[in-house]
Design a protein around this ligand. Structure first.
Ligand code: ATP
Ligand code: MG
Length: 429
């Protein structure tokens, strides 16, 4: 099988030239360079719209020292080389592309979930350390077999049969993130887990406990970058994987519906954060703290997720038609936008939904037109009084009592006439 035509057709010309140049320089050093990983899979599927094809985060494997090769390439081109000597890998950064070069290596796992011990190896060794047969193929870039497919583990056949298959029975226990990866590819591609792979996956679910929070979270983040992550979540629940990450998680139809709704929002806040907030919507306080700790979730996202549950308990306050915009503003201003959005999606009340959306799309951006300088010129001294006036102006603007600068000036004058002993605090009723 030769994929020269596909490479020429789907890879951007500039990228192709770079890759050929690297391969040429490697040849002079007696090294061979291959394209590996997701791009090979996607080229074989013939679908250039698949993500790795679009992003062109091209992975190259070198039989021999990749770091030295990358340094040499950098010296003779515009590229910057960033080496990782310990792993024998280097990044070549060009203006429009980044290429990852890795020394072909062999990996052994001392114990489940541990980082593997790495020694230089052949291309075949390097493909054997990979997650699934469909991701364990390479395309040769050497001039004498340019485009040649290297497929020692029947990846092409599995692609044709639409199967996700691990390369050896210890694969999931070596690295249980592959459990999450397997389901992600299965759902993305509409494939099935090969029979033995499915059995081993179920057997090794407890091995997820050997994976650090950062790595589990990273896999969830990758899932949330998929076009339809709800299918992955649902399937993970069916297999009993989700419950191993947290016993409070479930992947029922509610999640599917809400994730879908999240994507249809015109201006979603960061979609992955929103998915996280929806994922824990049914959690108790204890459940969420366990989950945040297990996945080592960042401070900012933790705040959004805690806010989600806090706001959920306050939603009845927002289910009143008589609320003034300023009241909505003061009820919501302390919450993270992702938490508000998650509740807007989750709530069954159209009134609540409307109020939350009003805050997100309009109220949170409302500011008085007059600034401190202008207020000073109108005779308001800097200090607490100025703060009070600004707050009154803000509230009036939120409630549509003023709209232009002239309106605001008028309001300021009337306050001055009253010596503004007006209560500046929002009413708390
Ligand atoms: P995607 O389209 O999701 O980017 P990809 O195949 O390019 O798919 P990456 O996460 O970019 O996936 O990883 C590149 C390659 O590295 C994979 O194709 C696979 O061969 C290998 N790989 C990644 N993660 C693992 C893992 N946990 N275990 C073994 N091999 C892995
Ligand atoms: Mg990739």
């Amino acid at each position: 099988m030769n994929l020269a035509r596909q490479i020429e057709q789907y890879l951007p010309r500039q990228l192709l030239e770079l890759v050929k140049d690297i391969s040429g320089q490697a040849a002079k050093r007696g090294q061979r360079v291959y394209i590996v990983g997701g791009v090979v899979r996607d080229l074989l599927l013939g679908d250039p719209s698949l993500r790795s094809g679009l992003r062109f985060d091209l992975d190259l494997v070198v039989e021999g020292d990749a770091v030295k090769l990358a340094q040499q390439v950098a010296e003779t081109s515009q590229a910057k080389s960033l080496a990782h000597h310990r792993f024998g890998t280097a990044k070549l950064k060009y203006e429009n592309f980044t290429l990852d070069l890795a020394t072909a290596r062999r990996e052994t796992y001392a114990k489940p979930g541990a980082l593997p011990a790495v020694t230089p190896g052949t291309l075949k060794d390097d493909l054997l350390r990979r997650d699934f047969s469909i991701n364990a193929m390479a395309i040769s870039l050497a001039s004498n077999d340019y485009g040649g497919l290297v497929d020692p583990y029947q990846g092409k056949s599995d692609l044709e049969h639409r199967l996700i298959r691990i390369l050896h029975p210890g694969s999931f226990s070596d690295d249980a993130t592959r459990i999450l990866r397997a389901v992600r590819y299965e759902q993305r591609l509409g494939f099935e887990l090969e029979t033995q792979t499915a059995q081993l996956l179920k057997r090794d679910i407890p091995m997820l406990d050997t994976i650090s929070g950062d790595r589990v979270r990273h896999e969830l983040e990758l899932i949330f970058e998929e076009n339809q992550p709800e299918f992955v979540v649902k399937r993970l629940a069916e297999l009993g994987v989700l419950q191993r990450i947290s016993p409070f998680l479930n992947g029922d139809g509610w999640i599917a519906e809400k994730f879908d709704r999240a994507r249809r929002l015109k201006k979603p806040t960061q979609l992955p954060s929103l998915y996280f907030c929806l994922l824990i919507y049914s959690f108790s306080e204890r459940g969420i703290e366990q989950f945040l700790a297990r996945l080592n979730i960042s401070a900012k996202l933790s705040r959004a997720m805690r806010d989600t549950l806090r706001l959920k308990t306050s939603l009845p306050l927002l289910d009143k038609s008589s609320l003034k915009p300023s009241e909505i503003y003061y009820l919501l201003r302390e919450y993270e936008p992702a938490a508000i959005q998650a509740n807007a999606i989750a709530s069954d009340s159209s009134m609540v939904h409307h109020h939350l959306q009003l805050f997100l799309t309009k109220l949170r951006y409302v500011r008085p037109s007059l600034n401190g300088e202008e207020l000073k010129r109108l005779g308001i001294p800097a200090g607490p009084e100025m703060g009070q006036v600004l707050q009154i102006l803000h509230k009036a603007k939120l409630d549509g009592k003023v709209s232009t600068k002239a309106d605001e000036k008028k309001l300021v004058f009337s306050l001055k006439a009253l010596d503004f002993h007006t209560d500046p605090e929002p009413s708390q009723e």
